[in-house]
Design a protein around this ligand. Structure first.
Ligand code: UFG
Length: 331
């Protein structure tokens, strides 16, 4: 298929593009490069630098490239920032998304795969979380992702769009070419590896008094390549129906301390850590049930072991110590 990937120059988007290319799809990346990196875009894909609110460029791209399906990944995704700047999150995650839907309707593109998030569940009452559990976001990030998700059934009814909302848990790790680099970096695994590499003096553990076995928060880390493969499967599913899927590895999840221990094992380096206060809004445990996508689409996480995830992130960081700005052979 001819697929447009919005946000395809970002961390997860660039790996999704790689997997789509590997699956034989023709990919056009549509990205304003506000956070993404042109160097992260697979050379087999076409990059169009554009904003989703620029409806003329968007429509022209959909038409000129004869796009048949869209994977919509362009978004703002920092929970803390969303609390400070709800306006920015509504504008980008809802407003720009609706601009995309309008262009799709105008151009007759009827298949959409949407990047949603575990943040739509807020503080869940039970684990593992199933798709049918209540959605009660506790921040504008989760709220705006849910608002867009909730628009989709209405667009299906009125305009015939088929959509898949993929609720990501904690994406981590790297492919050979593409890895995680954000500015500022807020995610645990890159921060821990930066502490291992000596790029930062220490990592702060946000609370060790949670009701978990070692007192630190538990999350469901999913390798970005496993996550990307789910998008390829979801594209097939939206040929004739709409769906919502959680994407995590399930099981018991991993605590912050377990992540730091894994990074110590893999890097062979001491990781200086400091116990700090809890970070506002962090639930103690977030673990997905991904039974639905496993049974309906046959998706399986193949790289779900924590050591595999952390090792891939470390390999990538050693290969690209300056991120996408420059590459070198060793850290
Ligand atoms: N953590 C630390 N120290 C740090 C950074 C993180 O202890 O310096 C802890 C957090 O408190 C949390 C865990 O490590 O318990 C993971 O934190 P991340 O920031 O890596 O990831 P989150 O679980 O907060 O966020 C993820 C996605 C978000 C999404 C959110 C939904 O990265 O995009 O899940 O719940 F919004």
């Amino acid at each position: 298929m001819r697929v447009l990937v919005t946000g395809g120059a970002g961390y997860i988007g660039s790996v999704v593009v790689e997997e789509l290319v590997r699956g034989g799809h023709q990919v056009v990346v549509y990205d304003n490069l506000s956070k993404g990196h042109s160097a992260a875009v697979d050379p087999a894909a076409t990059l169009v630098r554009g904003d989703l609110r620029d409806r003329d460029t968007l429509r022209a791209t959909l038409q000129a490239e004869r796009i048949e399906a869209v994977v919509h990944m362009a978004a703002d995704s920092l929970v803390g920032e969303s609390v400070q700047r709800p306006d920015k999150y509504y504008d980008n995650n809802v407003g720009a998304g609706l601009s995309l839907l309008a262009a799709m309707v105008e151009c007759g593109v009827q298949r959409l795969v949407f990047s949603s998030t575990a943040a739509v569940y807020g503080e869940p009452a039970k684990q593992p979380i199933e798709e049918s559990d209540p959605t009660v976001p506790t921040n504008p990030y989760g709220e705006t992702k849910l608002a867009f998700e909730r628009a989709l059934p209405w667009y299906e009814r009125a305009f015939g769009l088929h959509t898949a909302s993929l609720r990501y848990f904690n994406a981590a790790g790297a492919s050979e070419r593409c890895g995680e680099v954000h500015d500022p970096e807020t995610h645990l695994i890159p921060l821990v590896l930066q502490a291992a590499a000596g790029v930062r003096p220490e990592v702060t553990v946000f609370g060790d008094d949670y009701p978990t076995p070692d007192g630190t928060c538990i999350r469901d880390y999913i390798h970005v390549v496993d996550l990307a493969q789910a998008h390829v499967l979801a594209l097939g599913a939206v040929a004739d129906r709409s769906c919502i899927y959680n994407l995590g590895c399930g099981g018991a999840g991993y605590s912050v301390r377990q992540v730091i221990e894994a990074a110590g094992r893999i890097t062979g380096r001491e990781i200086p850590l400091r116990i700090g206060p809890r970070r506002a809004g962090d639930p103690a445990v977030l673990v997905a049930s991904s039974a639905r996508i496993q049974s309906e689409l046959g998706w399986q996480p193949r790289l779900g072991e924590l050591d595999v995830i952390v090792a891939s992130a470390w390999q990538w960081m050693k290969k690209f110590p300056g991120g996408y700005r420059r590459s070198a052979s060793a850290a």
